[in-house]
Design a protein around this ligand. Structure first.
Ligand SMILES: *[C@@H]1O[C@H](CO)[C@@H](O)[C@H](O)[C@H]1NC(C)=O
Ligand SMILES: *[C@@H]1O[C@H](CO)[C@@H](O)[C@H](O)[C@H]1NC(C)=O
Ligand SMILES: *[C@@H]1O[C@H](CO)[C@@H](O)[C@H](O)[C@H]1NC(C)=O
Ligand SMILES: *[C@@H]1O[C@H](CO)[C@@H](O)[C@H](O)[C@H]1NC(C)=O
Ligand SMILES: *[C@@H]1O[C@H](CO)[C@@H](O)[C@H](O)[C@H]1NC(C)=O
Ligand SMILES: *[C@@H]1O[C@H](CO)[C@@H](O)[C@H](O)[C@H]1NC(C)=O
Length: 382
Protein backbone atom coordinates (compact mmCIF):
# COMPACT_ATOMS: atom_id res chain seq x y z
CA UNK A 1 0.00 0.00 0.00
CA UNK A 2 2.69 2.40 1.08
CA UNK A 3 4.86 1.28 -1.77
CA UNK A 4 2.02 1.86 -4.19
CA UNK A 5 1.32 5.37 -2.94
CA UNK A 6 5.02 6.05 -2.98
CA UNK A 7 5.37 5.04 -6.59
CA UNK A 8 2.38 7.19 -7.51
CA UNK A 9 3.97 10.22 -5.87
CA UNK A 10 7.26 9.50 -7.55
CA UNK A 11 5.60 9.13 -10.91
CA UNK A 12 3.69 12.38 -10.60
CA UNK A 13 6.81 14.25 -9.52
CA UNK A 14 8.63 12.74 -12.46
CA UNK A 15 5.97 13.65 -14.97
CA UNK A 16 5.71 17.19 -13.58
CA UNK A 17 9.47 17.58 -13.88
CA UNK A 18 9.65 16.23 -17.41
CA UNK A 19 6.70 18.24 -18.68
CA UNK A 20 7.95 21.46 -17.14
CA UNK A 21 11.44 20.79 -18.39
CA UNK A 22 10.59 19.66 -21.91
CA UNK A 23 7.14 20.97 -22.70
CA UNK A 24 7.73 24.13 -24.72
CA UNK A 25 4.03 24.91 -24.42
CA UNK A 26 4.48 25.78 -20.76
CA UNK A 27 6.18 29.00 -21.75
CA UNK A 28 3.58 29.71 -24.42
CA UNK A 29 0.46 29.78 -22.31
CA UNK A 30 -2.40 32.14 -23.10
CA UNK A 31 -4.48 33.12 -20.06
CA UNK A 32 -2.65 30.54 -17.97
CA UNK A 33 -2.92 27.61 -20.38
CA UNK A 34 -1.37 26.60 -23.71
CA UNK A 35 -4.68 24.92 -24.53
CA UNK A 36 -6.49 28.24 -24.69
CA UNK A 37 -4.28 29.98 -27.30
CA UNK A 38 -6.13 28.69 -30.33
CA UNK A 39 -9.57 29.10 -28.81
CA UNK A 40 -11.83 31.96 -29.75
CA UNK A 41 -12.30 34.73 -27.17
CA UNK A 42 -16.04 34.11 -27.39
CA UNK A 43 -15.82 30.37 -26.86
CA UNK A 44 -13.98 30.16 -23.58
CA UNK A 45 -15.07 31.11 -20.08
CA UNK A 46 -13.44 34.10 -18.41
CA UNK A 47 -13.54 34.44 -14.62
CA UNK A 48 -14.95 37.85 -13.70
CA UNK A 49 -14.42 39.85 -10.50
CA UNK A 50 -17.64 41.77 -9.90
CA UNK A 51 -17.03 45.36 -8.79
CA UNK A 52 -13.32 44.65 -9.00
CA UNK A 53 -11.98 47.89 -7.43
CA UNK A 54 -14.48 47.83 -4.55
CA UNK A 55 -12.31 46.08 -2.06
CA UNK A 56 -13.11 45.09 1.52
CA UNK A 57 -9.75 45.70 3.19
CA UNK A 58 -7.81 48.25 5.24
CA UNK A 59 -7.96 50.79 2.41
CA UNK A 60 -11.76 51.00 2.70
CA UNK A 61 -12.04 50.33 6.44
CA UNK A 62 -13.34 46.87 5.49
CA UNK A 63 -16.40 48.45 3.91
CA UNK A 64 -19.49 46.25 3.89
CA UNK A 65 -20.08 47.49 0.37
CA UNK A 66 -16.80 45.89 -0.75
CA UNK A 67 -17.22 43.00 -3.18
CA UNK A 68 -13.65 41.63 -3.22
CA UNK A 69 -10.95 41.00 -0.62
CA UNK A 70 -8.07 41.71 -3.03
CA UNK A 71 -7.41 44.54 -5.46
CA UNK A 72 -7.56 44.38 -9.23
CA UNK A 73 -3.91 43.55 -9.90
CA UNK A 74 -3.97 40.73 -7.36
CA UNK A 75 -7.17 39.44 -8.96
CA UNK A 76 -5.60 39.43 -12.41
CA UNK A 77 -2.48 37.66 -11.19
CA UNK A 78 -4.68 34.99 -9.62
CA UNK A 79 -6.47 34.25 -12.90
CA UNK A 80 -9.35 36.74 -13.08
CA UNK A 81 -9.76 37.87 -16.71
CA UNK A 82 -12.79 40.16 -16.52
CA UNK A 83 -13.00 43.11 -14.16
CA UNK A 84 -16.12 45.21 -13.76
CA UNK A 85 -16.58 48.64 -12.17
CA UNK A 86 -19.00 51.55 -11.97
CA UNK A 87 -18.00 54.95 -13.29
CA UNK A 88 -19.43 58.05 -11.60
CA UNK A 89 -18.88 61.76 -11.98
CA UNK A 90 -17.34 63.33 -8.90
CA UNK A 91 -16.97 67.03 -9.55
CA UNK A 92 -15.12 67.16 -12.82
CA UNK A 93 -13.36 63.85 -12.28
CA UNK A 94 -14.43 60.33 -13.16
CA UNK A 95 -14.35 58.09 -10.11
CA UNK A 96 -15.04 54.43 -9.48
CA UNK A 97 -17.74 54.47 -6.83
CA UNK A 98 -20.02 51.83 -5.41
CA UNK A 99 -23.56 53.11 -5.99
CA UNK A 100 -22.53 56.56 -4.73
CA UNK A 101 -19.18 58.23 -4.09
CA UNK A 102 -20.16 58.84 -0.46
CA UNK A 103 -20.59 55.09 0.08
CA UNK A 104 -17.33 53.76 -1.40
CA UNK A 105 -14.93 55.71 -3.60
CA UNK A 106 -12.12 53.62 -5.09
CA UNK A 107 -10.37 56.58 -6.71
CA UNK A 108 -10.21 57.78 -10.26
CA UNK A 109 -10.87 55.73 -13.36
CA UNK A 110 -7.52 56.94 -14.70
CA UNK A 111 -5.52 55.54 -11.77
CA UNK A 112 -7.30 52.22 -11.99
CA UNK A 113 -6.65 52.00 -15.73
CA UNK A 114 -2.98 52.80 -15.10
CA UNK A 115 -2.70 49.88 -12.68
CA UNK A 116 -4.26 47.61 -15.30
CA UNK A 117 -1.90 48.96 -17.95
CA UNK A 118 1.04 48.11 -15.73
CA UNK A 119 -0.27 44.59 -15.23
CA UNK A 120 -0.80 44.10 -18.97
CA UNK A 121 2.77 45.18 -19.69
CA UNK A 122 4.07 42.68 -17.15
CA UNK A 123 1.92 39.86 -18.50
CA UNK A 124 2.33 39.81 -22.28
CA UNK A 125 0.42 36.54 -22.85
CA UNK A 126 -2.84 37.50 -21.22
CA UNK A 127 -6.08 38.80 -22.64
CA UNK A 128 -8.32 40.67 -20.24
CA UNK A 129 -11.68 42.39 -20.34
CA UNK A 130 -12.98 45.51 -18.63
CA UNK A 131 -16.71 46.09 -18.26
CA UNK A 132 -17.67 49.58 -17.15
CA UNK A 133 -21.11 50.43 -15.85
CA UNK A 134 -21.60 54.00 -16.98
CA UNK A 135 -23.68 55.17 -14.02
CA UNK A 136 -23.68 58.88 -14.91
CA UNK A 137 -24.05 58.68 -18.68
CA UNK A 138 -20.48 59.81 -19.30
CA UNK A 139 -19.72 60.47 -22.97
CA UNK A 140 -17.36 58.34 -25.05
CA UNK A 141 -15.13 61.42 -25.36
CA UNK A 142 -14.73 61.76 -21.60
CA UNK A 143 -14.08 58.04 -21.10
CA UNK A 144 -11.62 58.10 -23.97
CA UNK A 145 -9.71 60.93 -22.29
CA UNK A 146 -9.10 58.70 -19.25
CA UNK A 147 -8.00 55.74 -21.36
CA UNK A 148 -5.67 58.06 -23.25
CA UNK A 149 -4.22 59.44 -20.02
CA UNK A 150 -3.56 55.89 -18.82
CA UNK A 151 -1.78 55.23 -22.12
CA UNK A 152 -3.79 52.07 -22.66
CA UNK A 153 -5.64 52.85 -25.90
CA UNK A 154 -3.10 51.15 -28.16
CA UNK A 155 -3.66 47.87 -26.31
CA UNK A 156 -7.43 47.97 -26.70
CA UNK A 157 -9.13 45.78 -29.27
CA UNK A 158 -11.57 47.37 -31.73
CA UNK A 159 -14.18 45.14 -33.32
CA UNK A 160 -14.14 44.81 -37.09
CA UNK A 161 -17.38 46.63 -37.47
CA UNK A 162 -18.62 49.13 -34.98
CA UNK A 163 -21.41 50.39 -37.13
CA UNK A 164 -23.49 47.24 -37.28
CA UNK A 165 -25.78 46.45 -34.42
CA UNK A 166 -25.24 42.71 -34.62
CA UNK A 167 -22.59 40.77 -32.79
CA UNK A 168 -20.13 38.49 -34.57
CA UNK A 169 -20.79 34.77 -34.31
CA UNK A 170 -19.05 33.68 -31.18
CA UNK A 171 -16.55 31.49 -33.00
CA UNK A 172 -15.54 34.41 -35.19
CA UNK A 173 -14.24 36.42 -32.27
CA UNK A 174 -10.43 36.38 -32.57
CA UNK A 175 -8.51 33.65 -30.80
CA UNK A 176 -6.49 34.57 -27.73
CA UNK A 177 -3.32 34.07 -29.80
CA UNK A 178 -4.60 36.50 -32.47
CA UNK A 179 -5.25 39.13 -29.83
CA UNK A 180 -1.85 38.54 -28.25
CA UNK A 181 0.01 38.64 -31.57
CA UNK A 182 -1.81 41.82 -32.54
CA UNK A 183 -1.03 43.37 -29.16
CA UNK A 184 -4.68 44.12 -28.56
CA UNK A 185 -5.08 42.22 -25.33
CA UNK A 186 -7.65 44.46 -23.68
CA UNK A 187 -11.35 44.26 -24.53
CA UNK A 188 -13.56 47.01 -23.17
CA UNK A 189 -17.34 46.97 -22.88
CA UNK A 190 -19.46 49.84 -21.60
CA UNK A 191 -23.04 49.75 -20.33
CA UNK A 192 -24.03 51.95 -21.85
CA UNK A 193 -22.71 54.79 -23.95
CA UNK A 194 -25.05 57.76 -24.33
CA UNK A 195 -26.72 58.15 -27.68
CA UNK A 196 -24.66 60.82 -29.20
CA UNK A 197 -26.38 63.69 -30.91
CA UNK A 198 -23.06 65.03 -32.06
CA UNK A 199 -21.65 64.48 -35.49
CA UNK A 200 -18.86 62.36 -34.04
CA UNK A 201 -20.44 59.16 -32.82
CA UNK A 202 -18.95 57.09 -30.01
CA UNK A 203 -17.54 54.64 -32.53
CA UNK A 204 -15.63 57.36 -34.30
CA UNK A 205 -14.19 58.76 -31.10
CA UNK A 206 -13.25 55.45 -29.50
CA UNK A 207 -14.05 52.34 -31.54
CA UNK A 208 -12.64 50.15 -28.76
CA UNK A 209 -15.43 51.19 -26.36
CA UNK A 210 -17.88 48.45 -27.24
CA UNK A 211 -21.49 48.80 -26.29
CA UNK A 212 -22.09 45.95 -23.87
CA UNK A 213 -25.56 44.98 -24.97
CA UNK A 214 -24.65 44.89 -28.64
CA UNK A 215 -22.31 42.01 -27.80
CA UNK A 216 -23.36 40.50 -24.46
CA UNK A 217 -26.45 39.39 -22.58
CA UNK A 218 -26.68 39.03 -18.81
CA UNK A 219 -28.92 37.13 -16.44
CA UNK A 220 -30.52 38.75 -13.37
CA UNK A 221 -27.99 40.31 -11.01
CA UNK A 222 -30.06 41.22 -7.96
CA UNK A 223 -30.37 37.86 -6.24
CA UNK A 224 -30.66 37.43 -2.48
CA UNK A 225 -31.52 33.75 -2.21
CA UNK A 226 -29.34 30.85 -3.41
CA UNK A 227 -32.54 29.25 -4.73
CA UNK A 228 -33.17 32.17 -7.06
CA UNK A 229 -30.26 32.12 -9.48
CA UNK A 230 -31.49 31.88 -13.05
CA UNK A 231 -29.81 31.57 -16.45
CA UNK A 232 -32.54 33.47 -18.27
CA UNK A 233 -31.48 36.64 -20.07
CA UNK A 234 -32.43 39.77 -18.15
CA UNK A 235 -30.60 42.44 -20.15
CA UNK A 236 -30.77 43.73 -22.80
CA UNK A 237 -34.52 44.04 -22.36
CA UNK A 238 -35.03 43.15 -26.02
CA UNK A 239 -34.18 39.53 -25.19
CA UNK A 240 -35.51 39.37 -21.64
CA UNK A 241 -36.51 35.84 -20.61
CA UNK A 242 -35.93 34.64 -24.17
CA UNK A 243 -32.78 32.54 -24.32
CA UNK A 244 -33.22 31.49 -27.94
CA UNK A 245 -33.51 35.10 -29.02
CA UNK A 246 -30.31 36.00 -27.14
CA UNK A 247 -28.44 33.08 -28.68
CA UNK A 248 -29.81 33.78 -32.15
CA UNK A 249 -28.34 37.27 -31.89
CA UNK A 250 -24.93 35.77 -31.06
CA UNK A 251 -24.79 37.62 -27.76
CA UNK A 252 -22.08 36.31 -25.43
CA UNK A 253 -23.54 35.01 -22.15
CA UNK A 254 -22.44 36.79 -18.99
CA UNK A 255 -23.62 34.85 -15.94
CA UNK A 256 -23.89 36.99 -12.80
CA UNK A 257 -23.41 34.67 -9.85
CA UNK A 258 -23.23 36.62 -6.63
CA UNK A 259 -25.53 36.90 -3.71
CA UNK A 260 -26.64 40.06 -1.94
CA UNK A 261 -28.28 40.46 1.43
CA UNK A 262 -30.39 43.25 2.80
CA UNK A 263 -28.53 45.38 5.30
CA UNK A 264 -29.47 48.49 7.22
CA UNK A 265 -31.84 50.84 5.35
CA UNK A 266 -32.65 47.99 2.97
CA UNK A 267 -29.38 48.49 1.11
CA UNK A 268 -28.22 45.28 -0.57
CA UNK A 269 -24.63 44.36 0.30
CA UNK A 270 -22.58 41.34 -0.78
CA UNK A 271 -23.51 38.26 1.24
CA UNK A 272 -20.06 37.32 2.42
CA UNK A 273 -21.33 34.79 4.94
CA UNK A 274 -22.61 32.53 2.19
CA UNK A 275 -19.82 33.03 -0.32
CA UNK A 276 -18.21 29.63 0.24
CA UNK A 277 -21.42 28.01 -0.98
CA UNK A 278 -22.10 30.58 -3.69
CA UNK A 279 -18.68 30.17 -5.32
CA UNK A 280 -18.40 26.44 -4.70
CA UNK A 281 -17.59 24.12 -7.60
CA UNK A 282 -19.95 21.41 -6.28
CA UNK A 283 -22.32 20.86 -9.20
CA UNK A 284 -24.98 18.90 -7.41
CA UNK A 285 -25.97 21.62 -4.94
CA UNK A 286 -28.42 24.33 -5.99
CA UNK A 287 -27.00 27.83 -5.68
CA UNK A 288 -23.33 27.02 -6.32
CA UNK A 289 -21.21 28.38 -9.15
CA UNK A 290 -20.58 24.84 -10.33
CA UNK A 291 -24.30 24.24 -10.53
CA UNK A 292 -24.93 27.52 -12.37
CA UNK A 293 -22.18 26.88 -14.91
CA UNK A 294 -23.57 23.46 -15.70
CA UNK A 295 -27.19 24.56 -15.78
CA UNK A 296 -26.55 27.63 -17.92
CA UNK A 297 -24.35 25.72 -20.40
CA UNK A 298 -27.20 23.31 -20.86
CA UNK A 299 -29.82 26.05 -21.21
CA UNK A 300 -27.55 27.85 -23.69
CA UNK A 301 -27.68 24.87 -26.03
CA UNK A 302 -24.34 23.50 -24.86
CA UNK A 303 -22.45 26.76 -25.22
CA UNK A 304 -20.40 27.62 -22.19
CA UNK A 305 -20.98 31.01 -20.55
CA UNK A 306 -18.34 33.46 -21.82
CA UNK A 307 -18.13 35.18 -18.45
CA UNK A 308 -18.80 33.99 -14.90
CA UNK A 309 -18.96 37.03 -12.64
CA UNK A 310 -18.51 36.58 -8.89
CA UNK A 311 -17.91 38.44 -5.63
CA UNK A 312 -14.88 37.47 -3.50
CA UNK A 313 -13.37 35.61 -6.45
CA UNK A 314 -10.80 33.82 -4.29
CA UNK A 315 -13.46 31.86 -2.44
CA UNK A 316 -14.95 28.62 -3.72
CA UNK A 317 -12.51 28.60 -5.38
CA UNK A 318 -14.33 30.09 -8.34
CA UNK A 319 -11.37 29.52 -10.66
CA UNK A 320 -11.86 25.78 -10.31
CA UNK A 321 -15.23 26.02 -12.04
CA UNK A 322 -13.73 28.09 -14.83
CA UNK A 323 -10.84 25.67 -15.34
CA UNK A 324 -13.30 22.79 -15.39
CA UNK A 325 -15.52 24.33 -18.01
CA UNK A 326 -12.51 25.35 -20.13
CA UNK A 327 -10.97 21.88 -19.82
CA UNK A 328 -7.81 23.37 -18.31
CA UNK A 329 -6.05 20.86 -16.11
CA UNK A 330 -2.69 22.31 -15.34
CA UNK A 331 -2.87 26.08 -15.24
CA UNK A 332 0.45 27.90 -15.26
CA UNK A 333 1.58 31.31 -14.06
CA UNK A 334 -1.06 32.07 -11.46
CA UNK A 335 -0.38 33.62 -8.07
CA UNK A 336 -2.89 32.31 -5.58
CA UNK A 337 -3.97 34.51 -2.69
CA UNK A 338 -5.03 34.27 0.91
CA UNK A 339 -6.05 31.21 2.83
CA UNK A 340 -7.51 29.50 -0.15
CA UNK A 341 -8.14 25.81 -0.43
CA UNK A 342 -5.95 22.84 -1.12
CA UNK A 343 -6.38 23.56 -4.77
CA UNK A 344 -5.17 27.13 -4.45
CA UNK A 345 -2.20 26.13 -2.41
CA UNK A 346 -1.38 23.55 -5.03
CA UNK A 347 -1.62 26.18 -7.74
CA UNK A 348 0.66 28.52 -5.85
CA UNK A 349 3.24 25.78 -5.46
CA UNK A 350 3.00 25.13 -9.17
CA UNK A 351 3.78 28.74 -10.00
CA UNK A 352 6.64 29.10 -7.57
CA UNK A 353 9.00 29.18 -10.50
CA UNK A 354 9.10 25.56 -11.58
CA UNK A 355 8.09 26.46 -15.14
CA UNK A 356 11.10 28.69 -15.43
CA UNK A 357 13.46 26.47 -13.50
CA UNK A 358 13.32 22.80 -14.46
CA UNK A 359 15.95 21.98 -11.85
CA UNK A 360 13.41 22.54 -9.11
CA UNK A 361 11.32 19.84 -10.73
CA UNK A 362 14.33 17.54 -10.80
CA UNK A 363 15.04 18.33 -7.15
CA UNK A 364 11.48 17.37 -6.35
CA UNK A 365 11.88 13.99 -8.02
CA UNK A 366 15.06 13.36 -6.07
CA UNK A 367 13.32 14.37 -2.83
CA UNK A 368 10.30 12.21 -3.63
CA UNK A 369 12.52 9.27 -4.54
CA UNK A 370 14.51 9.60 -1.34
CA UNK A 371 11.32 9.87 0.73
CA UNK A 372 9.96 6.76 -0.97
CA UNK A 373 13.11 4.85 -0.37
CA UNK A 374 12.99 5.66 3.34
CA UNK A 375 9.30 4.87 3.59
CA UNK A 376 9.81 1.50 1.95
CA UNK A 377 12.65 0.68 4.31
CA UNK A 378 10.48 1.67 7.26
CA UNK A 379 7.54 -0.30 5.86
CA UNK A 380 9.73 -3.36 5.60
CA UNK A 381 10.68 -2.96 9.19
CA UNK A 382 14.28 -1.96 8.57
C1 LIG B 1 -2.71 45.57 -4.73
O1 LIG B 1 -2.46 44.82 -3.57
C2 LIG B 1 -1.13 44.35 -3.49
C3 LIG B 1 -1.05 43.42 -2.29
O2 LIG B 1 -1.66 43.98 -1.18
C4 LIG B 1 -0.18 45.52 -3.40
O3 LIG B 1 1.14 45.06 -3.34
C5 LIG B 1 -0.37 46.38 -4.65
O4 LIG B 1 0.41 47.53 -4.54
C6 LIG B 1 -1.81 46.77 -4.81
N1 LIG B 1 -1.97 47.40 -6.10
C7 LIG B 1 -2.50 48.58 -6.25
C8 LIG B 1 -2.57 49.13 -7.62
O5 LIG B 1 -2.93 49.21 -5.30
C1 LIG C 1 -4.71 42.08 -36.44
O1 LIG C 1 -4.24 43.27 -37.04
C2 LIG C 1 -4.42 43.30 -38.43
C3 LIG C 1 -3.76 44.54 -38.94
O2 LIG C 1 -4.17 45.66 -38.20
C4 LIG C 1 -5.90 43.25 -38.75
O3 LIG C 1 -6.11 43.25 -40.13
C5 LIG C 1 -6.49 41.99 -38.16
O4 LIG C 1 -7.89 41.97 -38.34
C6 LIG C 1 -6.19 41.93 -36.70
N1 LIG C 1 -6.62 40.67 -36.16
C7 LIG C 1 -7.33 40.61 -35.05
C8 LIG C 1 -7.68 39.25 -34.59
O5 LIG C 1 -7.65 41.58 -34.40
C1 LIG D 1 -26.93 61.06 -21.85
O1 LIG D 1 -26.12 62.02 -22.48
C2 LIG D 1 -26.56 62.39 -23.77
C3 LIG D 1 -25.56 63.38 -24.36
O2 LIG D 1 -24.26 62.91 -24.22
C4 LIG D 1 -27.93 63.00 -23.69
O3 LIG D 1 -28.38 63.29 -25.00
C5 LIG D 1 -28.90 62.03 -23.02
O4 LIG D 1 -30.13 62.62 -22.83
C6 LIG D 1 -28.34 61.59 -21.69
N1 LIG D 1 -29.19 60.54 -21.15
C7 LIG D 1 -29.53 60.50 -19.87
C8 LIG D 1 -30.41 59.36 -19.46
O5 LIG D 1 -29.19 61.33 -19.06
C1 LIG E 1 -37.09 34.11 -4.91
O1 LIG E 1 -37.96 34.07 -6.04
C2 LIG E 1 -39.33 33.92 -5.69
C3 LIG E 1 -40.10 33.72 -6.98
O2 LIG E 1 -39.74 34.67 -7.94
C4 LIG E 1 -39.77 35.15 -4.93
O3 LIG E 1 -41.14 35.04 -4.57
C5 LIG E 1 -38.93 35.29 -3.68
O4 LIG E 1 -39.26 36.47 -3.01
C6 LIG E 1 -37.46 35.29 -4.03
N1 LIG E 1 -36.71 35.23 -2.81
C7 LIG E 1 -35.81 36.16 -2.49
C8 LIG E 1 -35.15 36.00 -1.17
O5 LIG E 1 -35.55 37.07 -3.24
C1 LIG F 1 -38.22 34.41 -28.50
O1 LIG F 1 -37.56 34.96 -29.62
C2 LIG F 1 -37.81 34.27 -30.82
C3 LIG F 1 -36.99 34.96 -31.89
O2 LIG F 1 -35.65 34.66 -31.73
C4 LIG F 1 -39.29 34.33 -31.16
O3 LIG F 1 -39.50 33.57 -32.33
C5 LIG F 1 -40.09 33.77 -30.02
O4 LIG F 1 -41.46 33.96 -30.26
C6 LIG F 1 -39.72 34.47 -28.73
N1 LIG F 1 -40.39 33.83 -27.62
C7 LIG F 1 -41.14 34.49 -26.77
C8 LIG F 1 -41.77 33.70 -25.68
O5 LIG F 1 -41.28 35.70 -26.84
C1 LIG G 1 -7.21 32.45 7.40
O1 LIG G 1 -8.07 31.52 8.02
C2 LIG G 1 -8.05 31.55 9.42
C3 LIG G 1 -8.93 30.44 9.94
O2 LIG G 1 -10.06 30.26 9.16
C4 LIG G 1 -8.51 32.92 9.90
O3 LIG G 1 -8.48 32.99 11.30
C5 LIG G 1 -7.61 33.99 9.31
O4 LIG G 1 -8.07 35.26 9.64
C6 LIG G 1 -7.56 33.88 7.79
N1 LIG G 1 -6.62 34.81 7.22
C7 LIG G 1 -6.90 35.55 6.15
C8 LIG G 1 -5.81 36.45 5.68
O5 LIG G 1 -7.98 35.51 5.59
Amino acid sequence: MRLFRCLAILQSALSAATTTAHDPRASAACNNSPDLCSRSYGEITHLGAHDSPFVRDESTGFSLAGNQFYNTTVQLSAGVRLVTAQVHRDGDELHLCHTSCSLLDAGTLGNWLSSIKMWLDENPNDVITILLVNSDNVSAQDLHAEFTRANIVAQAYSPESTTTTTAPRRQTWPTLQDLISNRTRLLVFVASLPDSNNARTSAEVAPYLMDEFTFIFENQYEVTSPMNFSCLPHRPSSVRDNTSAALARNLLPLVNHFLGKRAILDIIVPDVDRVAGTNSPVESRVGTLGNAAKMCSSEYAGRQPTFLLVDFFDRGPAIEVVDGINGVERAVGRKAVGNGTTRERKTSAAVSGEEKNPFRGVARVVRAGYGCFQAILRGMGW
